[in-house]
Design a protein around this ligand. Sequence first.
Ligand code: ZN
Length: 474
Amino acid sequence: MPLRLPTRLRRDHRSGSRRRHAAAASLALAAALAGCADPAKPPNLLLITVDTLRPDRLECYGGKPGVGAAMCALAEHGTRFQWAIAAAPYTGPSVASILTSSYPAEHGVTQSAMSYLRDANVTVAEVLRAAGYLTAAFVSNPVLDKSRSLDQGFAVYDQRMRQRERNRPRYVERIAQDTTDAALAWAQVAVSEPWFLWVHFQDPHGPYDPPVAASVADRPNEERLPVRPDHSGHGGIPAYQALPRLFTARAYERRYLDEIRYLDPHVRRLVEGLDALGEPPAVLLTSDHGEAFGEDEVWFAHGHSLGLDQIRVPLLWRPPQPRAPAVVARPVSLLDVAPTLLRVAGLELPPGFQGRPLPVPETGDAESSERLIFSEHAHRLAVIAGDVYYARDRRRIGEDERDTVSGGRIRAFPRRSARLSAEAGFPGYIPGDAKGLEAALADYLEATRFRRGAHRSELPEGTQETLSALGYLE
Ligand SMILES: [Zn+2]
């Protein structure tokens, strides 16, 4: 059974001969589904991605009181997703998966800055622009440079960055103040609705040195971490993260929270600014990946594994019209972001989209237990079925293999599984195979082996049946 078949069947069933409908009729249908005041008017759409944002540091995911309060407030009249899973633990491939609703094996963007999104891929911005949306993007991470072709479908792609990263001055980025100013300046002159705006904030990404930070110092009795000569974070502070006179986990944690505290009011300013200009947008906020704070003995780094500290991200949905809040515990994928935006806009999902609309009232889609969610890394694979997570290395990893991305060594990780509970905290890992999910990973590898860079892919026949027989599907 194809990976995306259930979604397609549901859509056809619901909309009948929608293919024959004019775009305007389709948009009106979506507006009605989304509960807009004017059913003829499709909603404005705001996608916010925050780089390197761990959900469990936010108040609404069990973090310290007040941290991320403005971001959390987005779901006060919408939906918070307890387990949202990124398709990769790096910015480039994860963002490409958000925009194209496809896995890295399909869209071909990897952690290599040389990789780029091929024209054959269809982005959510391209679909919205073709349907009459005004599209714009404001990015703040240098790896999202236009040269990687992630700007496909955006009439405006603003990547003006001028802040040099503390320890790697050739990296130029943009802080939330400037990103927000730029996006609001665009919105003030962009008079045509509907619009789709994507804003990528860089701030929680290391080094953790926000413009505004509480004073913090190491305490004499605390364990000091060594500064690593590379960027891996294995056993110590990555070179690019090193802050003057700070060597303890507590100090870096404080600084990371300060980054979130600095960013949070700018998210509020962005949303309130847009709300004041016209029809308040539907808002979807998420992150591209997490960050390790000692998990697997890795500090202040991402991209080395598919641990839950790396691939679990926040996902907060503010619908076009306020409603009673909801929390969804069933895991969802960041591949579901683009289908959600298109469904709310009343548009067909392109054939290559592998995600499905999120289970919120505005899409009319229900939670599904019969799906597989994957996450990819150059050396690892992870899969989630129902509430079971399973990850393993793609192959046996030798002792002295060098990681060209971080400059450190590639480490082997044990096969392990976990049960994702409805509670906010991270579960413990269970060593060993999750048998049905091992079959799913093998099928995924086989299905994608000859398709890297291809436009679409499907799991081979039999995968769902295999899982069902082993009890992973309800
Ligand atoms: Zn990132």
